[in-house]
Design a protein around this ligand. Structure first.
Ligand code: GDP
Ligand code: MG
Length: 615
């Protein structure tokens, strides 16, 4: 193989890989489709029955395409020819049935028909979804060819009205791309001025640098006429020379005249033709194949620098994507454990950053605002209303106006009041727990490394939340205990000191002449005593509840959020570990794709490196 042959082969392989990876000419803007677009393809364009499929076949040197009159090609056929060493078994392969190797080309034709029908139905409808076929043979040149439905002028019975425009749009979408080399097929038995192929080619390639004019059916021209004006470039000038072709007629096809004979007959036709004899070595399908291949060489050569840089850029992108996706993990328990610990550490790092940084402020907001305001709002006014105090004291101690400090009444009032503190205490615990849970959720979401392992991510989240629940329970117990502690301080001494303090606070009470008046002042004093005690307790709790919460919840979260989880993991077997590290299938798929591409690009880079400097 020559250098250029192998380079075209390389391009072909890259295109094939693009196809397999589903990246051919897609509009998704990824680098793969841009690579596809950097590589040349040959699209066959022409009116219906102008001989497009026949030309393709003779370039390939094999019968495999459905041919005939009427609309036969109804879906684009992307045909990749791969040259093999001589003597190798020839075969064809469809992208839609990758495991099947076709060696019988009659079956290839059948499959093209069947696959067309599968998408379009057995109607005369068309579809822009291409069929991908690869042919491996020692008789082909490396080429990617695209067979397209023929351009028509009117919709025939059974076709939708807009089919003419639809076909044109489809064909145009292939030939307007600058990487497309246009094989414009016109039948010689029609005036070139009416050629659909030339009309479209001129629109998308006005300078004619990527258009090859092919004239078919030279044998069908009226006696006494010839196509020399076209073939010699006088009728319509193109940058590349026109090539005349004689394909098999329908009668030849019906008689199963094979390709070898057809090619020989074509050669003979030109060699013996009185009109074209002088052009014989520049006519025919074999010459066309050579011409195309030469042109491809020069196009590829010119594009090597940009292809190389595209490949290098893609390799960089893919490498960084691979880093992002994470490298594959080993299967032994040690490596798995290591991976798990790394993941936990990555999460903990982010969690702590948040806790120490701005997010931690939300916890202090609980202490600085929520708790004090909740304490302020406790309904002590109602609880210590004259009416309620009277009721409770009377119930506890009976009506004993002589008793200055009714101990039972005080106790009940104070204990009743203290009960109200439980609400804000628990609310603080819950609020901080909520903040911590949010932090866990946020930190998990921000730990890139975890994205790969949805199962593990869920387990980590569960473990962290479980730990936070335990801390919450501790926090709850501790803060409630703080509240309880305030009521256990009600010693005898406390009550002994009360009257004096009450006396001191007395503010112009009414004279004790009237029993009711006296009683009212008495209860008022009790209320105010209890209220000031409760005020002191509130001040204390405002300071001690945050301490308890930080001690039980925040500090623990920072120091030992995952401790329990670590012990559990330490006990797991390799099988359980690998279950935990079960990867997101989509991600695994993505990594595999990425790896495949990377491999392909690297191979391509190596090949280009080794080929392009040799002449
Ligand atoms: P397509 O619709 O453009 O793909 O055209 P086909 O390749 O299917 O050919 C249409 C018909 O024209 C078939 O019956 C072919 O046998 C016939 N045909 C194509 N090229 C030639 C040619 O050079 N000479 C003769 N005699 N018939 C041809
Ligand atoms: Mg066709």
């Amino acid at each position: 193989m020559t250098t250029m042959e192998s380079l075209i082969g390389l391009v072909n392989r890259i295109q094939r890989a693009c196809t397999v990876l589903g990246d051919y000419g897609g509009a998704d803007g990824n680098s793969f489709s841009s690579l596809w677009e950097a590589l040349p393809t040959v699209a066959v364009v022409g009116g219906q029955s102008s001989g497009k499929s026949s030309v393709l076949e003779s370039i390939v040197g094999r019968d495999f395409l459905p041919r005939g009159s009427g609309i036969v090609t109804r879906r684009p056929l992307v045909l990749q020819l791969h040259k093999m060493e001589s003597g190798a078994q020839e075969y064809a392969e469809f992208l839609h049935m990758p495991r099947r190797k076709f060696t019988d080309f009659a079956l290839v034709r059948q499959e093209i028909q069947d696959e067309t029908d599968r998408v379009t139905g057995k109607s005369k409808q068309i579809s822009p979804i291409p069929i991908h076929l690869s042919i491996y043979s020692s008789n082909v040149v490396n080429l990617t060819l695209i067979d397209l439905p023929g351009l028509t002028k009117v919709a025939v019975e059974g076709q939708p009205e807009n089919i003419v425009q639809e076909i044109e749009a489809m064909v145009r979408s292939y030939v307007e791309k600058p990487n497309s080399i246009i094989l414009a097929i016109s039948p010689a038995n029609q005036d070139i001025a009416t050629s659909d192929a030339i009309k479209l080619a001129r629109e998308v390639d006005p300078t004619g640098e990527r258009t090859f004019g092919v004239l078919t059916k030279l044998d069908l021209m009226d006696k006494g006429t010839n196509a020399l004006d076209v073939l010699e470039g006088r009728s319509y000038r193109l940058q590349h020379p026109w090539v005349g072709i004689v394909n098999r007629s329908q009668a030849d096809i019906n008689k199963n005249i094979d390709m070898i004979i057809a090619r020989r007959k074509e050669r003979e036709y030109f060699a013996t033709s009185p009109d074209y004899g002088h052009l014989a070595n520049k006519m025919g399908s074999e010459y066309l194949a050579k011409l195309l291949s030469q042109h491809l060489e020069s196009v590829i050569r010119a594009r090597i620098p940009s292809i190389t840089s595209l490949i290098n850029r893609s390799i960089e992108e893919l490498e960084s994507e691979m880093d992002h996706l994470g490298r594959p993990i080993a299967v032994d328990a040690g490596a798995q454990l290591y991976t798990i610990l790394e993941l936990c550490r990555a999460f903990e790092r982010i969690f702590k950053e948040h806790l120490d940084g701005g997010r931690g402020d939300r916890i202090y907001h609980v202490f600085d605002n929520q708790l004090p305001s909740a304490l302020r709002k406790l309904p002590f006014d109602r609880h210590l209303s004259l009416q309620n105090v009277r009721k409770i004291v009377s119930e506890a101690d009976g009506y004993q106006p002589h008793l200055i400090a009714p101990e039972q009444g005080y106790r009940r009032l104070i204990e009743g009041s203290l009960g109200y503190f439980k609400g804000p205490a628990e609310a603080s615990v819950d609020a901080v727990n909520f903040v911590l849970k949010e932090l866990v959720r946020k930190s998990i979401a921000e730990t890139q490394e975890l994205k790969r392992f949805p199962t593990f991510q869920a387990e980590l989240a569960a473990a962290a939340n479980e730990a936070l629940e335990r801390f919450r329970e501790e926090g709850r117990k501790t803060t409630l205990r703080l509240v309880d502690m305030e009521s256990s301080y009600l010693t005898v001494d406390f009550f002994r000191r009360l009257p004096q303090e009450a006396e001191k606070e007395k503010t112009g009470s009414p004279a004790p002449s009237n029993v009711d008046r006296y009683a009212e002042g008495h209860f008022r004093r009790i209320a105010s005593n209890v209220s000031s005690y409760i005020g002191l307790v509130a001040d204390t709790l405002r300071n001690t509840i945050p301490k308890a919460v930080v001690y039980c919840q925040v500090r623990q979260a920072k120091q030992s959020l995952l401790n329990h989880f670590y012990t559990q993991i330490g006990k797991k077997e390799s099988k359980q570990l690998s279950e935990m590290l079960d990867e997101d299938p989509a991600l695994m798929e993505r990594r595999q794709q990425c790896a495949k591409r990377l491999e392909l690009y690297k191979a391509a880079r190596d090949e280009i490196d080794s080929v392009s400097w040799v002449r």
